[in-house]
Design a protein around this ligand. Structure first.
Ligand code: BG6
Ligand code: MG
Length: 216
């Protein structure tokens, strides 16, 4: 039986992964660093500062801490301008029916998001009532791929990790779920989601029936 379902936010519940991509791409190009979707896959699920470090390494740039803080701030201002417009219409197709199904089945749910913007996004999507707890970047010491964020969510729900299902669109996120000893659903390409237990192209494929079928 499914003890709990723990969702990533960006790229699973809503398409904010695209906004993170666009905001990082703009910043990277201003810095003269080549940036494409293949490189962006590695940034998914990774904290703001760690992402910036990866972009700077990628471009062979070394900057002071002060400069890095300014760049991270700039990226976030750009990102915040994108998310201002989010409404419940921005829930990815299939997510609302799945949340309703989970609620009806009385399965505990949590959000495990590496984003410091997770709470405002959840509020704008109007899905607070579907989530029993939210663990965001501010609540953990170690970001994805470390298991801390998914383990903390399970702990807050008082459910054993082995009974939890995690849903992710990031390589770092799937690693985090697996390291936590949970069942991983990966949303995305077979290549990027190789380590997931069940790979789907799109969140609309999420139903309890399909999930239970795969859990066996
Ligand atoms: C994750 C995204 O959810 O949050 C990453 O997948 C992002 O792309 C990270 O970098 C941190 O987000 P924020 O909003 O704290 O900069
Ligand atoms: Mg994500």
């Amino acid at each position: 039986e499914i003890g709990a379902i723990i969702f990533d936010l960006d790229g699973v519940i809503t398409d904010t992964a695209e906004y993170h991509y666009l905001a990082w791409k703009q910043l990277a190009e201003e810095l003269g660093v080549h940036f494409d979707r293949t490189f962006n896959e590695r940034l998914k699920g990774v904290s703001r500062m760690d992402s910036l470090h990866m972009i700077l390494d990628h471009g062979g740039l070394v900057l002071s801490e002060h400069e890095m803080n300014e760049l991270a701030h700039k990226k976030n201002e750009h990102y915040k301008s994108f998310i201002q417009q989010i409404t419940p219409n921005d829930l990815l197709p299939g997510i609302l029916p799945f949340l309703n199904e989970i609620k009806a089945a009385e399965i505990p749910t949590a959000l495990a998001s590496a984003s410091k913007n997770a709470r405002p996004v959840v509020r704008q999507l109007k899905i607070e009532s579907f989530l029993d707890t939210i663990v965001d970047a501010a609540a953990v010491k170690h970001g994805k791929p470390d298991p801390e964020i998914f383990l903390k969510a399970a702990d807050q729900l008082a459910v054993n990790p082995e009974e939890c299902v995690g849903v992710e669109d990031a390589e770092a996120g799937v690693e985090s779920i697996k390291a936590a000893g949970m069942y991983a659903v990966g949303v995305g390409s077979k290549n990027a989601m190789a380590k997931a237990d069940w790979i789907i192209d799109h969140p609309s494929q999420l139903t309890l029936k399909a999930l239970r079928g795969h859990l066996g």
